[in-house]
Design a protein around this ligand. Structure first.
Ligand SMILES: [Mg+2]
Length: 277
């Protein structure tokens, strides 16, 4: 794939530890690149494990009205053409959405049955917001937003390793997956952060009257759950993790930012924009 075929670029970015600082969840250091992307009409699509309710708040704060992807690739949202809200609504009814993976109600039904079979865990749906806050370090209002889910469920495993293996087997039988995150396991259907790439190539090809292959994707991420998205992009940008080694990719175009979080995000995109615009 030669980059010369590309006429328009779009950005897909992870949030935590990438656009947002790992510790204070701020994007301040990336302001300059964010506003340059907006000036060049390059969509900046958030692609995150966060929920709809969390992302719409952040989009408002950052003045971002691009489409976005929630819950590790399992649901995507595009603001409806509404002059009043101008793409910043916090009401899900103002968005067209596509649930790519298994809907939340089906996940809860699965967990209910698993518990009846004797598996031991505690998931977000079992926890009041105060408990989610205590587990995650979010404040209670943010924890409440994190509990509003549509296609994935974080859980703490309370059984032993052997029962976890059996639980994984049951998950595979139901065509679901269990992803290990920092603090939690995430139960979800068959999707990941790369699932949105094909969708947005087609979506913007249609918008710009181009072929999907003419839409270039810059992807930025810092974690293992970003790997497929980065590998399947045209221009992967690895943001060094706050602790531990940066991801190593097989993609020949890989850029690794010089610092973690939004400062690295800013530096890498400024350098890239300077070269391409
Ligand atoms: Mg991350």
């Amino acid at each position: 794939m030669s980059p010369t075929r590309i006429s328009r670029w779009i950005v897909l970015t992870d949030l935590d530890g990438t656009l947002l600082d790992h510790h204070n969840y701020q994007a301040e250091a990336a302001k300059e690149s964010l506003s340059l992307l907006a000036q060049h009409n390059i969509p900046c699509i958030f692609n995150t494990s966060k929920t709809f309710a969390e992302v719409v708040q952040l989009r408002q704060q950052l003045g971002n009205s691009s489409p976005f992807v929630c819950e590790n690739g399992s649901a995507l949202f595009i603001a409806k053409n509404n002059a009043e809200t101008a793409g910043f609504s916090t009401d899900q009814a103002d968005y067209n959405s596509e649930i790519i993976a298994t809907p939340y109600a089906d996940l809860l039904r699965f967990l209910f049955q698993a518990r009846q079979q004797g598996f031991s865990f505690r998931s977000f749906n079992d926890m009041p917001a105060s408990e989610v806050a205590a587990m995650t370090g979010l404040d209670e209002q943010q924890a409440w937003l994190a509990k509003q889910r549509c296609a994935s469920e974080p859980l703490l495993w309370q059984g032993d390793d052997h029962s976890l293996q059996q639980f994984r087997q049951l998950i595979r039988q139901h065509k679901l997956q269990l992803i290990q995150g920092g603090r939690f396991y995430h139960l979800m259907g068959d999707a990941d952060k790369a699932s949105a790439i094909g969708f947005f190539r087609n979506y913007y090809a249609h918008q710009y009257q181009l072929a999907p292959s003419q839409i270039g994707v810059i992807a930025l991420g810092d974690g293992e759950n970003d790997r497929n998205m980065l590998e399947q992009s045209d221009q992967p940008v690895v943001i060094p993790a706050a602790c531990g080694q940066p991801l190593t990719l097989t993609h020949s175009q890989t850029i690794t930012a010089t610092s973690p979080g939004p400062a690295g995000w800013n530096q890498a995109l400024l350098a890239w924009l300077e070269k391409h615009y």
